[in-house]
Design a protein around this ligand. Structure first.
Ligand code: ZN
Length: 371
């Protein structure tokens, strides 16, 4: 039973339902399986220009650095994204968002970060604001790469802090700030300075951390109380213990590891140590050109030793924590939004077949959203 705002008033047998709730919207689920709607907590869904040809080049042995030197890689996406109109970006992004919605995703995080200048980063965040379907959580990822107009990461971070972040605050375009702390990108000291100042301005922070090497991003994230550290592949005992003591969620992104042919994160060690682990697609045009939620969970089961209940928790409860939405979403309980999936198929049919989400109905705020 759900109140007019879409929050759960009662879950259980109809005979146990308090009489005062019986006038509100009810969904009869007897005999069906029900679990919280999926929360996709890490994507780069707003961009223009595909990079499929680069994938073939990479497979044939041409290095990422060579591709980048020829104007490919992330900066080619930046060039195409800057050039694209707001209308074109909205159309492209909406169809990607529809694809997540179709898979049972009720809440979707989308990062900016393929424009890297004030005017166009604002354009991306405005596009994100106009999207329809799932509830969207925008994240500002201006600190994604060094744009060609800047000669140093330090100068670019100063620009982000003085020119862009205050405007985001004023226009309420994003509440979260993300950064790519990796060797060859933003280093840990600069990253920490940036995120601390972002927190002073009132933003929540998250970190792309320890994907390609032990970059120090996890340490920075834990020290600052980041909502999440994402990727988390190159971590040792001390990082895992620090994460376990913190409230920071480790968001693991195995599709990117599949496409980059690199190691998978040590999910088993993280979970056994008590770290909260979430999963996401990392959908982006370079390292993870796939929106496949089921394949993400399947890889976690096949390659990372995660059990099916752990995968469900990673895509619901823990993903809600990573987005700071756990008071409203992520479990089915009184007071939270009635975002849930209803199915006649066994739960073992989920995160099993790549590319195929079992037959289901998605309810958002108590209303049937799909079909
Ligand atoms: Zn990412």
């Amino acid at each position: 039973v759900v109140d007019p705002a879409g929050r759960i008033l009662f879950v259980g047998a109809w005979t146990d339902c308090p009489t005062q709730f019986k006038k509100w919207r009810q969904t009869r689920l007897q005999g069906r399986r029900v679990f919280p709607a999926f929360i996709e907590c890490h994507t780069h869904s707003v961009f223009a220009g595909e990079r499929a040809s680069e994938f073939e080049e990479r497979l044939s042995g041409i290095s990422y650095a060579e591709i980048a030197a020829r104007g490919g890689g992330i900066l080619s996406t930046v060039k195409n994204t800057r050039r694209a109109s707001e209308g074109e970006l909205l159309r492209r992004t909406q169809s990607r968002v529809d694809e997540f919605f179709r898979q049972g995703v009720a809440t979707l995080e989308i990062k900016s970060g393929y424009a890297l200048d004030l005017k166009n980063e604002l354009k991306l965040l405005k596009v994100i604001k106009k999207l329809k379907g799932p509830s969207i959580v925008p994240t500002f990822l201006g600190a994604h790469a060094l744009p060609p107009e800047f000669s140093s990461y330090e100068l670019y971070v100063d620009y982000l802090l003085t020119e862009i972040l205050p405007r985001l605050r004023k226009q309420k375009l994003a509440q979260r700030v993300d950064i790519f702390i990796e060797h060859g990108f933003f280093d840990r000291h600069l990253g920490e300075r940036y995120l601390r100042q972002a927190q002073t301005l009132g933003f929540d922070v998250v970190v792309h951390a320890n994907q390609l090497a032990p970059s120090g991003g996890v340490d920075v994230g834990v020290r600052l109380g980041a909502l999440s550290v994402d990727h988390v592949i190159h971590v040792g005992k001390s990082q895992i213990e620090a994460l376990a003591r913190s409230n920071t969620v480790a968001v693991l992104l195995p599709l990117a590891d599949l496409y980059l042919k690199c190691a998978y994160p040590p999910a088993r060690k993280l979970i056994d140590a008590g770290v909260r682990v979430a999963l996401a697609t990392d959908f982006n045009p370079g390292s993870s050109p796939s929106q496949d939620v089921m394949l993400t969970g399947l890889l976690a089961r096949l390659e990372m030793g995660m059990t099916l209940p752990e995968v469900f928790r990673a895509y619901t409860t823990h993903a809600a924590m990573a987005l700071n939405r756990h008071r409203d979403e992520g479990t089915i309980e009184v007071g939270k939004l009635a975002n849930f999936i209803c199915t006649d198929e066994p739960l073992s049919a989920f995160f099993y077949s790549a590319g195929r989400v079992p037959e289901h109905e998605l309810f958002v705020a108590g209303r049937l959203a799909s079909r």
